[in-house]
Design a protein around this ligand. Structure first.
Ligand code: GLA
Length: 391
């Protein structure tokens, strides 16, 4: 069954009538620009064809019910509970999966203080793989934000809805992430990536030219799970903030590769390497945009490879499975490959010829088996459109 129909059926089964509408939003792959978003730098993600669907109807009381195909039971609260539930300050009082949707409702009402909302029933289903680093959470946030924006007549623009999603994730769920995923999902366009300046939130649509050039983006989901709300992600953020402080700037966005010599003198080796990743990665994003504009997608391979090396050696967020995925794809003739997303697991992407999809996929699966790793999940993605109303 498609995720669209799964959301429709779950809604009808649980709530006893057809949903008023169904809205969806995509997951994303980041082409390049990792961990630069919370440093107010540059990113170049694209929305993918895998989407999350939210079937929803208004109620005439103030109850909010959320259900999902990946949870046993719906969660029910009232609109007036939202302000007592969030910000959660680390002690989440609803199941985590439901905090994405309920957090969006909470953050939307903060963004539209004059709204006079009524309760709502929501049922969610998704074909964005969870835990793969493809922003299944931003897809939930985007689908629910789009549904409530229309049902509550809020008329908020896509950038505001992205900010609402990020606020839900940061303050309701408690994951200290940047704005990239929500912007990528909200602003997705077929055949184009979104170049985003995370300081100004200015965006430019950059045609990828993948299809025209006969290229595919292969996702290699290592199935190694990661959790942003804990450990490594938070630690990397803290290192970047320390680096900025030692350089005497507000954020690492205010430095560039010409500051590296000075940075080396000011900080310990680990902090320096974290900073070096961010400064070189920002430059690689700018170079990738120019390469796509001027030469097309075959010219970006080396930048993707350099980005992976920087994440592996300087930022230290790769894992052996991701390195093997990247190395195997490159050995099979991939134009470029790198891990994508927050790291510590999740997925790698490889830019390959259309004809090579099968051979590269097979080689990766074989390499994982030979290394004694669990089987990866390998599939292609293409740049796809942002949120829409499906029914
Ligand atoms: C996760 C976060 C993003 C971003 C990436 C790393 O996907 O949600 O905000 O920081 O990691 O680039």
């Amino acid at each position: 069954m498609t995720a669209l129909n799964a959301a429709r059926e779950l809604f009808a089964d649980l709530y006893g009538h057809e949903a008023e509408g169904i809205w969806s939003a995509p997951g994303r792959v980041n082409l390049i620009g990792e961990h630069t978003d919370y440093n107010e730098g540059y990113v170049l993600p694209f929305a993918i064809q895998q989407r999350t669907y939210a079937a929803a109807s208004l109620r005439d009381d103030d109850r909010i019910r959320v259900a999902s195909t990946f949870a046993d039971e719906p969660v029910e609260v009232s609109l007036s509970d939202l302000d007592t539930l969030f910000p959660s300050a680390g002690d989440l009082r609803v199941p985590e999966w439901s905090a994405y949707a309920l957090g969006v409702a909470w953050a939307l009402l903060l963004a539209a203080p004059d709204a006079r909302p009524t309760g709502v029933d929501i049922a969610i289903a998704s074909d964005v793989p969870v835990g793969a680093g493809l922003s299944s959470s931003a897809a939930i946030e985007g689908s629910v934000a789009s549904a409530l924006n229309e049902l509550w007549g809020l008329d908020l623009d896509p950038v505001t809805l992205a900010q609402v999603g990020r606020r839900a994730e940061n303050e309701a769920v408690g994951a200290p992430t940047g704005i990239m995923d929500q912007m990528a999902s909200m602003l997705g366009q077929a055949d184009a990536a979104t170049f985003l300046d995370c300081r100004t939130l200015e965006t430019r649509s950059v045609p990828t030219g993948f299809t025209g050039e006969g290229l595919e983006v292969l996702v290699i989901d290592t199935q190694v799970t990661h959790a942003h709300s804990t450990g490594g992600y938070r630690e990397r953020r803290a290192s970047c903030e320390r680096g900025a402080e030692l350089l005497g700037i507000r954020s690492l966005r205010d430095a560039d590769v010409s500051d590296l010599l000075r940075a080396a003198e000011l900080m310990d080796d680990v902090t320096f390497r974290r900073v070096r990743h961010i400064l070189t990665e920002n430059q690689r994003v700018l170079d990738t945009v120019s390469a796509l504009d001027e030469q097309g997608p075959r010219a970006i391979g080396e930048l993707l490879v350099a980005s992976h090396a920087s994440m592996r050696d300087d930022f230290e967020i790769s894992v052996p499975e991701l390195d093997l995925a990247v190395d195997t794809a490159l050995a099979q003739g991939a134009i470029g490959a790198r891990m994508t997303g927050g790291g510590f697991g999740g997925a790698a992407i490889a830019l390959i010829e259309h004809e090579a999809v099968e051979s590269v996929s097979d080689a990766v699966v074989r390499a994982f088996a030979d290394a004694g790793f669990g089987a990866p999940h390998v599939f292609t993605v293409h740049p796809a459109e942002g949120p829409r109303r499906d029914a």
